[in-house]
Design a binder for this molecule. Structure first.
Ligand SMILES: CC(C)(COP(=O)(O)OP(=O)(O)OC[C@H]1O[C@@H](n2cnc3c(N)ncnc32)[C@H](O)[C@@H]1OP(=O)(O)O)[C@@H](O)C(=O)NCCC(=O)NCCS
Length: 182
């Protein structure tokens, strides 16, 4: 008789008490350089989308995290995926893909048309992302056009996002720096 063992880690929604562990994981995974990235300009002073932040936990230990931020693209509110991070010693166990799948499934229940990210196409293609035509969307700051990827959340529809990517809103006004809002 064959048996299929399920992974020892579980994906669940991020809870308030996870936040310091998620921040520590992102600091370890991306270093201080993360604050200088164009994508960070879109997150500065803005809270992640509630209900789309997931963590992977194993025996009470945080193994990975994904969050999504609201952005506007050509004036429409859409999603920006990231940061996505998995603990260094736990990579290659399928945690990153499972976190993204949970986030994408939850995002499909919302009003957004699509998800954008800046990252490596060979990895994100595993959950359906594809490179956008160069120049289709414009980030605030330098971004390698070959790393701008998108995913349609509407089944059977091509991703129709185009235009300037901006912060969707400012939740914490003391963080006035960052990209313009729409
Ligand atoms: C990228 C990251 C989230 C992947 O998490 P993970 O849990 O190891 O990913 P999974 O186990 O789901 O998938 C692993 C597979 O993806 C591949 N993969 C991982 N990163 C890749 C990349 N950048 N490009 C192409 N393939 C990649 C692995 O080689 C592996 O392939 P295999 O299944 O054929 O062995 C993790 O490596 C990480 O936290 N990196 C540091 C932070 C980072 O770079 N985040 C992404 C920002 S754009």
């Amino acid at each position: 008789m064959s048996s299929v063992s399920s992974p020892a880690w579980q994906v669940r929604l991020e809870a308030d008490q996870d936040a310091p562990f998620v921040e520590a994981l992102n600091a370890e995974s991306f270093g201080p350089g993360r604050f200088a990235k164009s994508a960070y300009r879109l997150r500065e002073g803005v809270d992640p989308v509630a209900g789309l932040s997931f963590v992977a936990v194993e025996n009470g230990v945080l193994r990975g995290s994904v969050r999504f931020w609201p952005v506007t693209v050509g004036g429409h509110e859409e999603l920006l995926l990231g940061p996505l991070a998995v603990e260094t010693g736990q990579r290659g166990r399928g945690i990153g893909i499972a976190l993204m799948q949970a986030g994408i499934a939850a995002a499909k229940e919302g009003p957004w048309r699509g998800i954008l990210l800046v990252g490596d196409e060979p990895y994100y293609a595993r959950v359906g992302f594809a490179r956008l035509p160069p120049g289709r969307v414009k980030f605030p700051g330098p971004v390698d056009q070959n790393r701008i990827l998108g995913l349609s959340l509407k089944s059977g529809e091509m991703l129709a996002l185009s235009g300037q990517v901006r912060r969707a809103r400012i939740d914490r006004p003391h963080c006035a720096a960052g990209a313009p809002i729409s």
